[in-house]
Design a protein around this ligand. Structure first.
Ligand code: EPZ
Length: 421
């Protein structure tokens, strides 16, 4: 297992290219199952999660080729040989559940392993299942698998999500594109990845309106064709790298960054004393004065402050002047970075879904352990500002969501290297 070694303290300056969004690509790739036409995704990120989704789709008989070093994915599903998404693959990545809606819509049946929980929470999929049942799917849970059937095909329906779910919105939206008649999804997730998925599906011939708002209307069509679609820029990678100059001082331009993708996050940065300027190449970020100010953060569904940036923001606030409060309202166990940050000298009190952070002047480098994707990158951010050397272990978590992190940070002046253990 690799580790990443960082010597902190230097201000960072220069530019960091932001890749295509992992969480958009993971829902765009299963869309290939909806058509026998060729689906080409450009601006795809090079991440291990994309590799896992590739393996899953290939296990169903789809063809997936990574071109131009993985930046372009060419997918085709004219030869689907299996409708079974195996536990061995699904347990590695929960987004595997996103093959359920497309398989059901196009083939009328599917067997998909329940994903099980993960480090940050139980992560149930009941809303995915209830949404698909609303479209007429018959589902049975047996030996850890969802056995789904739609004899005679899916039928459009009105469905209101009891709570906002990104994945459930994506699964049901994809299924609805081939359902007979009209589907109206209420209390739908509004994340930019949903609008990106809808724009790709419409390019394939779907008829979707309202994606990006809380009400999405779909007119079902007989069949979908192929398309070429650019994956939207990754707002979570963007926010993560915006925090690098914020925590170390200096100035970094995030190439491809867009303010509309990180509105609530940038507002909190502004309140903490971090300047964010739109340039023609992206977003330029710098600290306005010597030390950041404490701010309060509450995670919410988009357009609120993203839960996927909570751990990274906590790293910044560990060195802020004053006491900050972070409320995590989306997942039940998403403060596992706190004990690791405390090993670096941070002062954090966690009670249930609330963490109170009392800022300290400087963090100190230490050996720390990555526990989940976003927690691992929050440790990297803390290490960039900490005095001395930090060794972050189990960086396979990091490789799921951040391509070539040591190259991107090294290019703006960080002393960072990956070592095999
Ligand atoms: C997506 O997960 C993202 N993953 C997550 O990013 C992100 O944190 C999350 O959305 C919230 O923005 C991908 O897109 C691949 P949800 P998802 O369904 O779809 C509960 C990362 O770091 N819920 O919006 O699984 C659930 O337990 C990952 O890149 C149900 O109760 O999230 C949670 O409390 C981590 N029943 C809340 O809803 C369901 O059927 C939001 O979950 C589904 C969800």
């Amino acid at each position: 297992m690799d580790s990443i070694v960082i010597r902190g303290g230097a201000p960072l300056s220069g530019s960091i290219p932001i890749a295509g969004a992992k969480n958009a690509c993971l829902t765009l790739m299963p869309a290939t199952l909806l058509t026998d036409g060729p689906l080409t995704l450009t601006n795809a990120p090079r991440l291990s999660d994309i590799g896992t989704m590739t393996t899953l789709l290939q296990s169903l008989g789809a063809e997936v080729s990574a071109l131009q070093g993985g930046k372009v994915l060419a997918l085709s599903s004219h030869e689907i040989s299996s409708m079974r998404a195996d536990y061995d693959i699904v347990r590695k990545m929960r987004a595997s559940i996103l093959v359920l809606g497309p398989l059901l819509a196009r083939y009328g049946h599917a067997e998909v392993s329940l994903p099980g929980g993960c480090a940050i929470g139980a992560r149930p999929v009941d809303l995915h299942l209830r949404g698909l049942e609303a479209l007429g799917a018959e589902l049975e849970l047996r030996d850890g698998y969802v056995h789904a059937k739609a004899p005679g095909g899916l039928k459009g329906a009105e469905f209101e999500f009891p709570l906002v779910s990104v994945g459930a919105t994506e699964n049901v939206l994809m299924a609805a594109t081939l359902a007979r008649g009209t589907t109206v999804l209420r209390n739908a997730a509004r994340e930019p990845e949903i609008a990106d998925l809808a724009s790709c599906l419409n390019a394939m011939g779907a008829q979707i309106e309202g994606a990006g708002t809380d009400t999405i209307t779909v007119q079902g069509v007989e069949s979908l064709g192929g398309a070429t679609h650019p994956v939207v820029v990754d707002r979570i990678e963007l926010g993560t790298y915006m925090l690098a100059p914020a925590i170390t001082g200096g100035e970094v331009e995030c190439l491809g960054g867009r303010l509309d993708l990180v509105g609530a996050f940038a507002e909190r940065l502004d309140a903490a004393g971090i300047g964010v300027e739109t340039t023609e190449r992206g977003l330029k970020v710098s600290r306005r004065n010597g030390r950041v100010s404490a701010v309060d953060v509450t995670t919410e569904p988009f357009p609120g402050f993203p839960t996927d940036l909570q751990a990274q923001m906590m790293a910044l606030l560990c060195t802020a002047e004053g006491v900050s409060t972070l409320e995590e309202t989306i997942f039940e166990n998403r403060f596992m970075h706190a004990p690791e940050l405390m090993r670096m000298g941070a002062r954090i009190d966690v009670h249930g879904g609330t963490a109170r952070v009392t800022g300290v002047e400087r963090l100190k480098g230490a050996p720390v352990m990555a526990t989940d994707l976003r927690a691992s990158v929050s440790l990297i951010l803390a290490a960039l500002a900490a005095e001395g050397e930090t060794v972050v272990r189990r960086v396979y978590h990091l490789d799921r969501g951040y391509e070539s992190v040591e190259q991107k940070l090294g290019a703006v002046g960080a002393t960072i290297e990956r070592v095999a253990e």
